[in-house]
Design a protein around this ligand. Structure first.
Ligand SMILES: [Mg+2]
Length: 200
């Protein structure tokens, strides 16, 4: 069998890796702690800082014609701590820092409800993901949700797509036990995940 002969020469580390298949056609991206540094209840565009590798990953994904969706929970709006306009200003700063054109995302979902509100789009609700898969005719097995929190991973899994954890600081991973429980692999950056997902 050709695959077994091929793999005999592979180092153990590569053999043990689970190769995602098929190649990603859509990526749902959490914002805070995934694309930009996490700031508690971020409302000031001046505090938006891109995480390492994000620009390159987004650029490569666009070159590969992958659909990109920004999917962020912003309960601070629902709590009255800041306005939707302030969230949008931070998103605009993110897009400015990416410097990849006026709108690198195919759609943006800002879920403003609090955990106490009736769930609509707030992660772990899969609603936004399901709507986008349907709209863009994307098979679930070719879509990924990337994020740093259990709500991100659960939203992806609830939608029947794949999830990956972005763990920018491996020394203080967010809820590692929950991640392992869900069977979600961890990557140090969106670029780290991208290089793995497209290395087949
Ligand atoms: Mg996050």
């Amino acid at each position: 069998m050709p695959w077994s002969i091929h793999h005999l020469s592979e180092p153990l580390g590569i053999m043990s890796r689970r190769a995602p298949c098929p190649p990603p056609q859509a990526i749902f991206l959490d914002r805070d702690g995934t694309l930009i540094e996490h700031v508690h209840y971020l409302r000031d565009p001046a505090q938006v800082v891109l995480l390492p590798g994000v620009r390159e990953a987004i650029s490569r994904a666009r070159e590969a014609a992958v659909k990109l969706f920004l999917f962020t929970n912003q309960s601070g709006v629902g709590r009255g701590l800041f306005s939707l306009a302030e969230v949008e200003a931070c998103n605009a700063r993110l897009i400015e820092l990416l410097d990849l054109g006026p709108q690198p995302f195919d759609a943006v979902c800002i879920a403003t409800e609090t955990p106490d509100d009736p769930p609509r789009y707030r992660k772990p609700s899969p609603r936004f993901i399901l709507e986008m898969l349907e709209l863009h005719k994307i098979p679930p097995e070719a879509a990924w949700m990337l994020g740093d929190s259990p709500a991100d991973w659960e939203a992806g899994l609830n939608a029947g797509i794949r999830s990956a954890a972005i763990v920018p600081d491996p020394l203080t991973p967010k809820e590692p036990d929950r991640r392992k429980q869900l069977g979600v692999d961890a990557f140090t950056s969106v670029l780290d995940w991208f290089l793995h997902a497209f290395s087949m």
